[in-house]
Ligand binder design. Structure first.
Ligand SMILES: CC(C)(COP(=O)(O)OP(=O)(O)OC[C@H]1O[C@@H](n2cnc3c(N)ncnc32)[C@H](O)[C@@H]1OP(=O)(O)O)[C@@H](O)C(=O)NCCC(=O)NCCS
Length: 219
């Protein structure tokens, strides 16, 4: 019998449920629990898996489960990268959650703490950084360069040779034509059709996508 790999999921919200589904469909993985920074969740059950605590229980988990690793399942890009940094500082290895029904080209490069949800397609020579979410049914065409901490939301489609810089968010169902650059921390709204480069930290939405002044950043 091959040994099973223990994994703890950081984040017991919506993205945590997505990652739990993914890990439960991968043979050889045992999910030992959730961690979450929200103390109100500690001790509760989410999809029949207990929320064990927060960063404070990490040293105990490392002792109790040899070979344990973590996936950070938080939709907010900044929070996901911050929690990943804290886990790494405590010596918790970070691994990927790749759904068996996602397609990843053999020529693609995938970083660590990356989630690829069901139905996602990652094509030839794509580079995906660390702490990235490629959500359900997203399509990332050939030679995209996806920076650390990016979130490509469900059903978004990026044509060939798009660069998405660190921390950017591409909303659900958005379309980005080829050869464009989405700047650092930029937000592309749901359903947008992006025809031009997007400035860092800007928010664009609509068809065709134009800058908007949002009241809040939405994930
Ligand atoms: C773009 C976005 C981040 C802006 O969020 P917000 O700060 O709450 O923006 P507001 O609701 O204040 O909207 C500001 C204006 O932009 C418009 N707008 C917002 N999102 C839009 C969108 N996706 N497409 C077209 N127009 C949009 C609003 O209608 C509003 O226009 P108005 O001033 O004429 O009324 C958000 O609407 C969005 O699209 N988020 C993506 C969510 C998503 O993909 N989630 C998936 C998670 S897995």
């Amino acid at each position: 019998m091959p040994e099973s790999k223990p994994i703890v999921i950081y984040g017991a919200g919506g993205q945590g449920r997505v990652v739990l589904d993914i890990l439960r469909s991968v043979p050889g993985i045992v999910t030992v629990g959730f961690l979450d920074s929200d103390e109100n969740l500690h001790g509760s059950m989410v999809d029949n898996l207990r929320v064990l605590g927060d960063m404070r229980v990490v040293p105990g988990l490392l002792t109790e489960y040899p070979g344990i690793a973590s996936v950070v399942a938080i939709g907010d890009n900044r929070a996901r990268m911050d929690i990943a940094r804290q886990l790494s500082e405590l010596g918790m290895p970070l691994v990927n959650a790749i759904h068996p029904r996602a397609f990843i080209s053999p020529s693609a490069h995938i970083g660590r703490n990356v989630t690829v949800a069901s139905g996602a397609i990652i094509c030839a020579h794509v580079r995906i950084g660390d702490h990235v979410i490629v959500n359900t049914g997203a399509i990332i065409e050939h030679e995209n360069n996806i920076g650390d901490g990016v979130h490509i939301a469900p059903g978004a489609k990026l044509a060939g040779r798009v660069t998405v810089d660190r921390g950017a968010f591409v909303g659900i169902g958005a379309v980005v034509i080829g050869n464009l650059r989405i700047g650092t921390d930029a937000v592309v709204g749901a359903g947008a059709v992006v025809l031009h480069d997007v400035e860092p930290s800007s928010v664009v939405a609509g068809v065709p996508a134009r800058p908007i002044q949002p009241k809040a950043k939405g994930g």
